[in-house]
Write a protein that binds this ligand. Structure first.
Ligand code: NI
Length: 387
């Protein structure tokens, strides 16, 4: 099934929805206007059930097929934007200062709405499609909130699929892989405490700046010397704060950062060694390190059979040669991971061509990708739920 004629026809309308959403970015769980827009559209299309307020501000629409009973297929988009000031200069640029759709979630939401419109019109399947619109992908754990709210059980969802746009991948191409697709994302805070003094009398101090500097360097030895080079680990120290004056050795320095991993055992190892190395390195300098480690999104893990199925659907839309089935994993994180922990499924990337990168202030979702995305969702539903 190549790009569907109806998906092409829907493109201008879906692009208009996308630009409407782009002008009105909302953050995290605070996506009230976006959720209202989605729910209103789903009701207009004639969704059998439209439920709002799942996972605080998530929306689920249930579309029953006309060919009898069958399983419930979950298809998910994310709705939230980012705290970035847009510089695209486009007519539909963000009208909200300091916020923009820099990750293309406006495109994801609009494409899934387009597929929902088609599926409500045709209902050419057995069972049901649950279209899932989640808040707070960008750090709030909205996917987890929806799962914890009982979404899978409430709607009887048996499998879940997700999609993200990919700048740099040719327009309309797809990329996917089985197993670990995106990283687990954890954060840490290390407070290195010493003893302050006049900066001209360092021997009277325990210098936390020097100790913290050694901690930053020592943490990189975990990555470079303790992990199999063919297994992935990122430890990035991203902030260092301490001191207020050029002539005072401060009492303490705070470091924060992130840890990214693709395997549970590497994640456990990194958590343990980060604490040990930070504490022991600080101690070697007479200081004390207090370490707190917070686990964030888990690994986004694509299930084998569902990945094969998703890849075959993508190949049907764009052609076999335009689907990369063994893409390299990404060290970014994605909270669709929680839905994939709850149910089997697969997450796929859709190429949008040479646009600005995700999370860049000049990024704008490429509306030419819309027919590919809609066709993927429609084909997925009609194939998986064939009578
Ligand atoms: Ni995103």
């Amino acid at each position: 099934m190549p790009i569907l004629n109806r998906a092409e026809e829907l493109q201008p309308e879906v692009a208009a929805w996308r630009r409407h959403l782009h002008e009105r970015p909302e953050l995290l769980f605070d996506v009230h206007e976006t959720a209202d827009f989605v729910a209103q559209k789903l009701r207009e299309f004639g969704c059998d059930v439209v439920t709002t307020g799942i996972g605080r501000t998530g929306v689920v629409g249930l579309i029953r097929g006309a060919k009898g009973a069958g399983p419930v297929l979950g298809m998910r988009a994310d709705m939230d934007a980012l705290p970035i000031a847009e510089i695209s200069g486009l007519p539909w640029a963000s009208k909200v200062a300091g916020k923009m759709h820099a990750c293309g979630h406006d495109g994801h939401t609009a494409m899934l709405l387009g597929a929902a419109k088609y599926l409500c019109e045709t209902r050419n399947f057995a069972g049901s499609v649950a279209v899932i619109f989640q808040p707070a992908e960008e750090g709030g754990g909205g996917g987890l909130a929806m799962v914890e709210d009982g979404m899978m059980e409430t709607f009887g969802i048996g499998e879940v699929y997700g999609m993200h746009n990919a700048p740099g991948v040719p327009l309309g191409n797809f990329a996917i892989r089985k197993g670990s697709l995106m990283a687990a994302s954890d954060t840490f805070e290390i407070v290195v405490s010493g003893k302050g003094s006049h900066a001209a009398q360092p021997h009277l101090s325990v210098d936390p700046v020097l100790a913290a500097a050694h901690v930053v360097i020592a943490l990189q030895s975990i990555v470079s010397r303790e992990i199999d080079p063919l297994k992935s680990l990122v430890i990035s120290v991203t902030t260092a704060h301490g001191g207020d004056a050029y002539n005072v050795i401060p009492m303490d320095v705070k470091l924060t950062g992130t840890v990214r991993t693709l395997l549970p055992e590497i994640r456990d190892f990194a958590e343990r060694r980060l604490g040990e190395v930070a504490r022991a390195t600080a101690m070697a300098h007479g200081a004390v390190a207090e370490v707190s480690y917070h686990r964030g999104y888990p690994v986004t893990f694509n299930h084998a059979d569902e990945t094969d199925f998703a890849a075959s659907i993508a190949a049907g839309v764009s052609g076999q040669g335009r689907v990369e089935t063994d893409m390299a994993p990404k060290m970014g994180a994605e909270d669709f991971s929680y839905m994939l922990e709850a149910r089997p499924g697969a997450f796929i990337f859709l190429g949008v061509g040479d646009t600005a990168n995700l999370h860049h202030p000049a990024y704008d979702f490429n509306d030419e990708a819309i027919p590919y995305g809609i066709s993927y969702w429609i084909s997925l539903a009609e194939s998986r739920l064939a009578a």
